[in-house]
Design a protein around this ligand. Structure first.
Ligand SMILES: [Zn+2]
Length: 396
């Protein structure tokens, strides 16, 4: 096993799962275990100013010539499956046959046809009990692999680098305490994704919808002309939303109900609203407010409160305004004989918010996939290639 994969496995074994219910930064203290280790290793690699701030975010810099290029990956892992006792397995030269993770779970091409492209390559997978955490420890290991190469090849001329390892990306709080002053980069890349030929320059605009409905509760036997059932009103609200604009049908954007809590007297539901187009998202907002008004008119004794809050924004307009990072990534991929795909993320990245803050940050792949679950994998050769790609991007 080479030292870059070894490094990835070492990081994957450290539990850094985020938690959306603590309200602290980092959301889990254990994320700092990896932060501390990274500070030590960065110093060993010659980035002497490496440090962890009070939030667990790691910053470090390396001198060079030209624009300062930022590289970011996130320390935390997703919430869907546990990150405790990650036990990575290696499949050498995968022949495409079923991979039995354990008695309950198997990776098969039937289930994951996109993995056909990895036949003949080596895979790092889970033992079926945890996620792998290639999202985003593969990103961290790629950045560390690049720095290791630079240390061992002092004649390699490169741009100055600004490194940031952030916390709590998976709960959407990566940018919360991220500091442009501490980072000091001209533009940056998040390395937090899938295929290595992708340059992600676009993502969803994102809002959260919260609707609270208070009905009128009386004994149902005395309910005639009085009782207003909040649960039924909630169903009426949901049914009035455009039914073909849900993740099952829609590609460009959708509304997606995530929770309903309540009783016949009072209920609250939460949904996420997503669209590549800001205009379309606002049209949906208008429709939601119309539904509120129509139902309030129909049931004047009910109280319907609608709250729409912004989550993140499509980075497209920022990336277009400063095309330097995308141009560099495109040139690097082409030089290595890889045709780039300019992809759109049906989700968000920390980079979307960094871009809005003033640091344009498109996203690059890691060679991993099936994120947030037991079927997660890392393709060894693609991961290795990504280190070469990043070296090409920062080459002076
Ligand atoms: Zn990620």
């Amino acid at each position: 096993m080479n030292k870059n994969i070894e490094r990835f496995i070492r990081y994957a074994k450290i539990d850094t799962q985020a938690d959306e219910n603590t309200g602290t930064t980092p959301s889990t203290e254990k994320q700092k275990n990896l932060s501390r280790l990274l500070v030590e290793e960065l110093k060993e690699l010659g980035l002497e100013d490496a440090y962890m701030d009070e939030y667990g975010i790691v910053y470090a810099h390396l001198d060079g010539v030209g624009d300062v290029i930022g590289l970011n990956a996130h320390i935390d892992t997703a919430l869907e499956v546990t990150d405790e006792n990650v036990n990575p397995q290696i499949v050498e030269k995968w022949d495409g046959s079923d991979i039995k993770l354990n008695d309950l779970y198997t990776i098969s091409l039937k289930e994951f046809p996109h993995m056909k492209g990895f036949i003949g390559k080596d895979l790092v997978i889970t033992d079926g009990n945890t996620l792998l955490g290639a999202d985003d420890k593969a990103g961290i290991a790629i950045i560390m692999g690049v720095l290791d190469y630079l240390k061992n090849n002092p004649s390699f001329k490169h741009h100055p680098l600004a490194i940031a390892f952030t916390v709590d990306e998976e709960i959407g709080e990566g940018p919360k305490h991220f500091s442009l002053e501490k980072m000091k980069a001209d533009y940056a890349f998040t390395i937090d994704g899938g295929p290595i030929n992708h340059i992600d320059c676009e993502n969803f605009n994102a809002q959260q919808l919260r609707v609270k409905i208070d009905g009128v509760a009386v004994h149902p036997g005395e309910g005639k002309n009085t009782l207003i059932n909040a649960l039924q009103l909630q169903a009426e609200f949901i049914n009035a939303l455009p039914q073909k604009e849900t993740p099952f049908y829609a590609d460009e954007g959708y509304w997606h109900l995530t929770s309903v809590n309540g009783t016949s007297e009072s209920v609250e539901f939460v949904a996420i609203l997503r669209n590549f187009s800001r205009h379309k998202l606002e049209e949906l907002d208008t429709r939601i407010l119309q539904i509120r008004d129509q139902l309030s008119e129909k049931y004047p004794k009910a109280k319907i409160k609608v709250e729409i809050s912004e989550q993140y924004e499509n980075m497209k307009k920022y990336v277009e305004k400063d095309p330097r990072p995308v141009k560099r990534a495109e040139a690097a991929l082409k030089k290595l004989g890889i045709e780039p795909i300019f992809a759109r993320i049906k989700g968000g990245t920390d980079g979307a918010t960094f871009s809005k803050m003033g640091l344009v940050t498109p996203n690059l792949g890691t060679g991993s996939g099936n994120h947030h679950g037991r079927f997660e994998y890392l393709v060894v050769q693609d991961f290795e290639k990504m280190i070469e790609i990043v070296l090409e991007i920062i080459r002076k």
